[in-house]
Design a protein around this ligand. Sequence first.
Ligand SMILES: C[S@@+](CC[C@H](N)C(=O)[O-])C[C@H]1O[C@@H](n2cnc3c(N)ncnc32)[C@H](O)[C@@H]1O
Length: 438
Amino acid sequence: MGPVVDALKHHGVWHALSSTTEPIALGTLAERYHAREGLLACVGRWFEILGWGGLSPQGLRLTATETFTANQGQSALNALIALAKLYDQGAAPRLALGCGMTEKIWGQALQPLAALGWVVEHPSGLALNEAGRAGMRMAAQSLYTAGYAPLLSQVRELFASDGEHSPGFDSSGDEWHVERDADITFSAAVYESQCQAAVCELVLKALQTAPETPQAIVDTGAGNGALLLGLHAALIEADITAPRLVAIEPSGPARRQCQVRLAPLGGLALAGNINDPDEMALTLKAHGIDMQNCLHINKSVMHNRSVIGQPAGLDDALVPFSCAVHLNQAFEQISAAQMAGDLVAAFERWRPWVQRHGLVMLEPHAIDPAVLGKDPESHPLLGTEITHVLSGQHLVEQGFHRRCAELAGLSAAVSLNLQQDLLGAPIMSADLWRAVAG
Ligand SMILES: C[S@@+](CC[C@H](N)C(=O)[O-])C[C@H]1O[C@@H](n2cnc3c(N)ncnc32)[C@H](O)[C@@H]1O
């Protein structure tokens, strides 16, 4: 939240809100301080989660008087980046055990962790205290925030109503706003610890119930290929000959990692976008693969799709419950009905391609602010939500996501709810979707 508070202070919004106990209308704030109205609506949700105020029909209200300064926010971000490096370089597990020699080697790298209160200074150098050693066990989590460090250093610009710095891929598949290597390393760690079992269960079910073996298994938004490689190993263990493995990736760095890892298995890594399955079908065809004769998978990618312009909304009677704030790619607020319209259309574009073998889809979801706000330990999830919003990604609630799939003519053959233990409510869904006949 540090970079968001800094941006609100920079644009004068923070001062205006803290000078009154009354709510201020979003439109007034946006016009007076040249800030994006859609992002201010999200700030209302984040204030609510933190117990700092919130958004009502009258406007945005800030009740917290003491919060951290921008400098504290920057130090916390630097500490997370340092922690991510320790994890990435394999030092975190040994540091967690309190190994003196490891601390000597990594002494300088521990300096930024002082901002978290994790370090003690001995005459011989820096060492971790008990909190620091406990924190080392959560080091993998910091990879996520560290991956979005470029985005978090530009939040002032993102909040500006005339800001032109929108996140996205350039023509060579590079992005300014995310360190894709760190992001896919993190995603793969989450995948291996939390999702692999569910993916294997759903894929085995899909293979057992399909009319014939698919020509290929296609993972859209494949990251570093962890899902396909894990699946390959599981299929071999189950004595099943794995179909050809295909990774679809718009990100250049991710695609190159996939190509290197899949090539020894005869796999392929190709450019493509979850928004455009028809285009993917042409790319696959150029490699002799029939898109309809594939089992399709994606994990944590549907919310990466682009919501373009102001989508047409669904009929109100059909709109699933949502307390998320919905934005389009220009950070303009859209209604839940419009978000549902866009998501149903996205599922509809996939429907013709998944009739034969189905679609295995895993998605993280937006959580009710009342649930997130109850548990201060869950605030890392608030960080995840903030980076998703600022990078133009669209998390929706689990029920909302599944209802939109059904409205698009898909039906879940198997549905699993993942990561329930953290908040008592599932954070991820895992479904095997099949196209409803007709
Ligand atoms: C959160 S990571 C998930 C990676 C992998 N599926 C996993 O779970 O480990 C999102 C991945 O989707 C890719 N991606 C982003 N936007 C995409 C889009 N519009 N279509 C397809 N893939 C996209 C990113 O490059 C990244 O590799």
